[in-house]
Design a protein around this ligand. Sequence first.
Ligand SMILES: Nc1nc2c(c(=O)[nH]1)N[C@H]1C(S)=C(S)[C@@H](COP(=O)(O)O)O[C@H]1N2
Ligand SMILES: [Mo]
Length: 253
Amino acid sequence: MSRIITRRGLVTGAAVGAGTLLAGCDRLGQNETFRSILFKGEDIHRGLQRALTDRGALAPQFTEAQMSPIFRENGTRNPNTDAYNAHVANRFADWRLKVGGLVDRPLDLSLAQLRSMPARTQITRHDCVEGWSAIGKWHGPMLGTVLKAVGVRRSARYVVFHCADLYRGTPYYESIDMIDAFHPQTILAWAMNGHPLSVGHGAPVRLRVERQLGYKHAKYVMRIDAVESLAGIGLGKGGYWEDNVDYDWYAGI
Ligand SMILES: Nc1nc2c(c(=O)[nH]1)N[C@H]1C(S)=C(S)[C@@H](COP(=O)(O)O)O[C@H]1N2
Ligand SMILES: [Mo]
């Protein structure tokens, strides 16, 4: 099956498989429970997308013993703007993560609120396009949990991450589609290797999107927007590197 990135496209692409799966639907359709599961909405579409493509597969996870003794800091190592430095100085007490765009209930989340959310811990390998890898332990709520809390609208196709840093003078941003946004290993990490995230690795919160290359893992996330299109954001290709160096928007590994 071809990898179609739009939600609608994927559902269409999935129709062949789904047809077989749901043969006898008329009969089963009498059953209200079955019907409500089938047509529950977005969750089921995403589940179907995951089931019928390889996009839902989990990235390999590792043991504590396999963790890298040194994990490089890459790209921006300190945003070093007045605003960011002020956040560091008071330990991000006034910092807020804004979650908005095409959502029903936009949220401003404090770091304390993010830290109180149910979280995942995962030891994964980070692969940078520049040719280095490192295994680290990441901890934070699933992005999907946050997106469910704000109620992402059906029209939203991408999730955009706006960061606190300028990289070579340009605001760093990244974006992923809804399959990765709701992938169970896609988390808003606020801890790394058992400690609060350091400035070098993206304090206070960075994205982990484990099925993709390093540059998609936005550090210093300040704002998350659900959008229908990437046009008009940055130069329109969905991320700093995509806009400026022609890296692929989908950097699957
Ligand atoms: N905001 C922001 N996020 C970023 C970058 C950056 O420069 N700014 N660099 C990216 C790249 S290329 C990589 S490899 C990883 C590096 O993460 P690390 O510093 O924790 O190793 O962050 C990614 N996310
Ligand atoms: Mo990278």
